[in-house]
Design a protein around this ligand. Structure first.
Ligand code: F6R
Length: 265
């Protein structure tokens, strides 16, 4: 796991956007796993700006989102599909048929989950998976207790997660109780994972996930098993880590990060 700490959230977001853009330029037919949430809004804005400036295209890119709320119609403005349309899909040249989210309004959710796994496989597997982390330690909507080898399925949302997402629903009581989510096993199958966390509120869960024991109680800790996972943090999100000087020196000294240092990222 490569843990990188940048001073500000803006720097962490710019580095993340640069990593995604470089991946898409190197893999014009990339299969990109997308996360929603507040953390990624600035990153998608930066990717959209790069597209507008002519330096990045999504013509051959296929996307698969991590999750979707059960019961919300895909046209619902609170759905993750609506989030993706607002923040990315409407702003870049991705083909509509290549932008996938689980259909959580499907009559047979188990069949939808199987079909989603199959669609990922048929696309050749996810090349780069973007991840945020929830206050419960979830990745996707894999709440604590999720099997570390789980596949796409429906999952009950925890109270804390529902509170975390209450704002867009006008109150916690309106937040759906369940979601379809890629499983932890599905996420670990991605060839590369890239987790971004910013802000003091994430500091403890980031420390638990990155430096604590691997445990279903902190689902993001499963990323410790992944052979190619980068974690980008701002100083606030990194503030409870113990091995900080090592992570700082990774970015400052390791040759793989030189191109980013040279670009002032
Ligand atoms: C969203 C997702 C979640 C979020 C996490 C962080 O598709 O899968 O795991 O990444 O809840 O959300 P924010 O960024 O809003 O703090």
């Amino acid at each position: 796991m490569d843990i990188v700490i940048r001073t500000t959230a803006g720097q962490a977001e710019r580095l993340t956007a640069a990593l995604v853009a470089d991946y898409l330029r190197a893999h014009p037919r990339a299969v990109l796993g997308c996360a929603t949430g507040r953390t990624f809004e600035p990153v998608y804005a930066m990717l959209a700006a790069m597209h507008a400036e002519g330096g990045l295209n999504f013509r051959g890119v296929t996307t698969f989102n991590l999750d979707e709320y059960v019961g919300l119609d895909q046209a619902d403005r609170r759905s993750f599909r609506a989030y993706m349309v607002e923040h990315l899909f409407s702003k870049v040249d991705i083909a509509a048929e290549n932008a996938h989210l689980p259909d959580a309004s499907a009559p047979d959710l188990a069949a939808e989950c199987r079909a989603y796994e199959q669609a990922i496989q048929d696309a050749g597997g996810i090349g780069l998976q973007l991840l945020g982390i929830g206050l419960t330690g979830h990745i996707g909507f894999n709440e604590p207790g999720s099997a570390l080898q789980s596949r796409t399925r429906t999952k009950a949302l925890s109270e804390l997660t529902r509170r975390q997402n209450a704002e867009s629903f006008g109150g916690v009581e309106n937040v759906p109780l369940r979601a379809i989510t890629m499983g932890i096993g599905t996420i670990l199958d991605a060839r590369t994972c890239l987790l971004l966390a910013t802000g003091e509120a994430k500091a403890q869960v980031v420390a638990d996930a990155l430096e604590g024991p691997v445990s279903a109680s902190v689902p993001a800790s499963a990323l410790q098993f992944h052979p190619d996972c980068a974690v980008v943090l701002d100083e606030a999100a990194a503030s409870r880590l113990k091995n900080t000087s090592y992570y700082v020196s990774t970015y400052e000294r390791e040759p793989e990060w030189a191109p980013y240092r040279e670009r002032g990222l």
